[in-house]
Design a protein around this ligand. Structure first.
Ligand code: AVI
Length: 322
């Protein structure tokens, strides 16, 4: 596609104000309170995430990019030619470019991304670099059912690409539900290539979510800035602090925004009281062992058929089929 063909093909289902407000009111009514991490990704949030990926402490992106680069030819041989690649949470599309360049005659690429700004930027970069691939971008929350665009040319099968350990942002039942939905998306004979961050020295993991430059803290707080602007809430950004800790029992980073004082916040005509020290859960980043991931996949009716691993820091790519 040319950039203009790709933009003509855009499916725009970006969550609207009513949807976001409903999700936030729901989360604020839970005990403890929680806000969905998908709302981190407005234009600024996506840009801050890109900045996180370049921090020395944040190893996952760099490690996965190197792993993909090294194993791309092997992966391409295993998954076969003429694919429709569907990516969940495509962001900047840097990883996709490596994959698409290596695949044999890929038919189409559907990036699904909640941040319209990030999606449009990635299309503007990828379309000229890969003109022979039909680009069918979708701006949407990939946890909700999305009608996939059909490519003009018939693909051999679909490959769902879900890199970055984004799966780790979903806990327990949600992760299983997402993998089950992914199985539907894969369709007949389809495959999925998933990036997972593996359990390792907790000190290294915690450092990745507490970078010295404070970019991750800024990224977390940007959620409140975004909500204030888009749904008219009045979170005081000076009165909440980022906190990310690794739970060795649960193998996950638990990121909270901690209230620094007793305070009231107004959202959608309602008032919420926060006590000093009260934590609002905003994100999980699960880390996996071979066994924990295989079990999760099995719960969704998926099987791991191939694995490619980076060592030190440990990070894995897994190929799944139904
Ligand atoms: C997108 N996702 C996989 C990132 C992660 O590592 O959980 C988001 C992130 N949050 C803080 N730093 C990076």
């Amino acid at each position: 596609s040319t950039v203009s063909d790709a933009l003509d093909a855009l499916t725009d289902l970006q969550p609207d104000r009513a949807r976001i407000t409903a999700d936030i009111l729901h989360g604020l009514s839970q005990h403890p309170r929680q806000l969905p991490s998908k709302y981190f990704y407005d234009a600024r949030g996506s840009a801050l995430f890109e900045q996180i990926t370049r921090q020395p402490e944040y190893y996952p992106t760099r490690t996965e990019l190197d792993l993909l680069q090294e194993r791309a030819a092997d992966i391409a041989a295993v998954v076969g030619p003429h694919l429709h690649v569907v990516e969940l949470g495509s962001g900047s599309g840097r990883k996709t470019e490596i994959l698409l360049q290596a695949l044999v005659d890929p038919v189409a690429y559907t990036p699904i991304e909640i941040s319209r700004a990030a999606l449009l930027d990635s299309v503007a970069r990828l379309a000229p670099a890969l003109p022979e691939i039909e680009m069918l971008p979708v701006c949407a929350d990939f946890t909700r059912p999305v009608q996939l665009p059909e490519p003009e040319r018939e693909p051999a099968r679909r490959l769902v690409f879900f890199p970055g350990s984004t799966l780790g942002n979903f806990a327990g039942a949600e992760a299983v539900a997402l993998l089950r939905a992914m199985r539907q998306t894969m369709g007949e004979g389809g495959l999925a290539l998933i990036g997972i961050d593996l359990h390792k020295d907790p000190t290294l993991i915690e450092a990745a979510y507490n970078d010295a430059a404070g970019v991750t803290a800024e990224f977390t707080l940007n959620l409140l800035r975004r909500l204030n602007r888009e749904i008219g809430s009045d979170f005081d950004l000076e009165s909440f602090a980022h906190r990310a800790r690794y739970s060795v029992e649960r193998l996950r980073i638990e990121t909270d925004l901690v209230s620094l004082r007793d305070q009231q916040v107004h959202v959608g005509g309602r008032t919420f009281n926060f006590a000093a020290g009260e934590a609002m859960r905003v994100e999980y980043s699960h880390k996996y062992t071979e066994a924990s991931f295989a079990l999760l996949a099995a719960e969704a009716g998926l099987q791991v058929t191939h694995r490619w691993d980076a060592q030190a820091p440990a990070f894995g790519l897994r190929l799944l089929r139904a």
